[in-house]
Structure formats: structure tokens, C-alpha cells
Design a protein around this ligand. Structure first.
Ligand SMILES: N[C@@H](CCC(=O)N[C@@H](CS)C(=O)NCC(=O)O)C(=O)O
Length: 221
């Protein structure tokens, strides 16, 4: 079987792409990566032609394997977990909680995502957030705190690294980018993400890549 190809957006900006990329790395699954630069004609409308040529949804990430294309970050992570079950916690109930956390991230937090778009390279301190953004930040911290309080050891949400961490890793970078001050245990969790070898590889890629989206880089200036 040929190694699958993971199509992703720019590492600096594409939070959805980071998630399955981390999961595949953590699982030790070999894959080829192809970056498609976000921005330009069709961006934001699922109509970037280069993306449409590999992903029928017009969105990345997309995984091409054995003649099939799997779109959507969570579906790709679930495919990876079928090869590497340790991507979810072994305990049935803890696994259900980890899925619940990942699914909430996947389906919610629109205010946070819009106001704090992922921009790994950037650092800007923003003082006044809208109440709905603060509500989202507080809910993320609540999920992290509850998970860490129940975790038996380990540095990650449910102990060892899981898909739940892949889903929240981009959020940790958003808090760092926009200078969000976190409670100590939430900050310690972010620091565990930032120290992870696969995360650092992605971050180094984001720092080196040549593309920029000026609107994103000028938010709050
Ligand atoms: N629900 C999808 C969201 C994917 C998504 O929105 N990807 C963005 C990049 S981070 C995209 O492809 N945007 C292209 C566009 O907006 O035209 C997932 O979980 O994979």
C-alpha cells in the first residue's frame, strides 16, 4: 500500500489541517504531505481551484488513500485511530469523554475561532474581547480543567496524548498569539503541547513558510 497523501493548508493559518497532521504523526503513520496555500480567489467560499482538484468539499485537510479521499479533520483522525487505537484513551469512559471534548471543539466555539484566527507566527496582546469570545475561552478552560483533574498522570488532557489534544493544540496557539492570560493549570497544558516534538515540527514549518495572509496578520493593529 502506498503512503497516503495528506493535503493541508498553510501551517501558519490552517488550524483544521494541524489536527490530523498531529494525529498521523503521533500514530507513527507514514504519509506524504502537500501544502496548498490558502488565500486568493475562492478563499472562504470552498472554491480554491487547487483544493477542489484534490478535495471535493473544497476544504482541507483531505487524505487521499487507495483511490479514496477522506475529507474533514475528525474523519481523518478516526481513520488514523483505526490503525493506532492508542490515539484514543484505552478506558471506555475516558475514551467517551475524550471524544466528547474533541467533538465539542469540532462543532462549537465559532466566536473564538473568528476573533482569534490561528496565526502561529504572530504575537499581539488584545485587551478587550467581546463577551461571546470570553464565554468560549472560559468553556475551553473548563473542558481542560475537568479533563486534567480526572487524568491519572501524563501531561495531556486525558493523560497520554490523544485526538482530543490534536483538536485543542491549535487553540493553545491562539491563546499564545493573542496574549490570553490563563489559569496556571491551563497554561501548563498549553506548555505541554508547545513542548511536543510533532507540534514543534509543525511550528517550525509555520515559521519557515513564505505565504502570508495580510488580513489575518493585520487583525487588531
Ligand atoms: N470541518 C472541516 C473544516 C475544514 C476547513 O474549514 N478548512 C479550511 C482551512 S483551515 C479551508 O479549507 N478553507 C478553504 C476555504 O475557505 O475556501 C474540517 O474539520 O476539516
Amino acid at each position: 500500500m502506498n503512503a497516503p497523501t495528506l493535503y493541508i493548508g498553510n501551517k501558519n493559518y490552517s488550524s483544521w489541517s494541524m489536527r490530523p497532521w498531529l494525529a498521523l504523526k503521533w500514530a507513527g503513520i507514514a504519509f506524504e504531505e502537500k501544502v496548498i496555500a490558502l488565500g486568493g480567489p475562492g478563499y472562504g467560499k470552498s472554491k480554491i481551484l487547487e483544493i477542489l482538484s484534490v478535495s471535493p468539499s473544497g476544504r482541507v485537510p483531505a487524505l487521499a488513500l487507495e483511490g479514496a479521499t477522506i475529507t474533514d479533520s475528525l474523519a481523518i483522525c478516526e481513520w488514523a485511530a483505526e490503525q493506532a487505537p492508542s490515539l484514543w484513551p484505552a478506558d471506555r469512559l475516558v475514551r467517551a469523554r475524550a471524544r466528547s471534548a474533541a467533538c465539542e471543539m469540532h462543532s462549537s466555539f465559532a466566536a473564538l475561532r473568528t476573533a482569534m484566527s490561528m496565526n502561529i507566527r504572530r504575537r499581539v496582546v488584545v485587551a478587550d474581547w467581546e463577551p461571546n469570545v470570553i464565554q468560549d475561552v472560559n468553556r475551553v478552560v473548563e473542558i481542560w480543567t475537568a479533563a486534567r483533574a480526572a487524568a491519572k498522570g501524563g501531561l495531556f488532557l486525558f493523560g497520554a496524548r490523544s485526538i482530543a489534544d490534536a483538536f485543542f493544540a491549535p487553540v493553545a496557539t491562539r491563546f499564545r498569539t493573542y496574549g490570553v492570560i490563563l489559569p496556571a493549570d491551563a497554561q501548563a497544558y498549553c506548555d505541554a503541547i508547545f513542548a511536543d516534538a510533532a507540534f514543534r515540527e509543525w511550528e517550525a514549518g509555520a515559521e519557515q513558510e513564505p505565504w502570508a495572509i495580510p488580513e489575518a496578520d493585520q487583525l487588531y493593529t
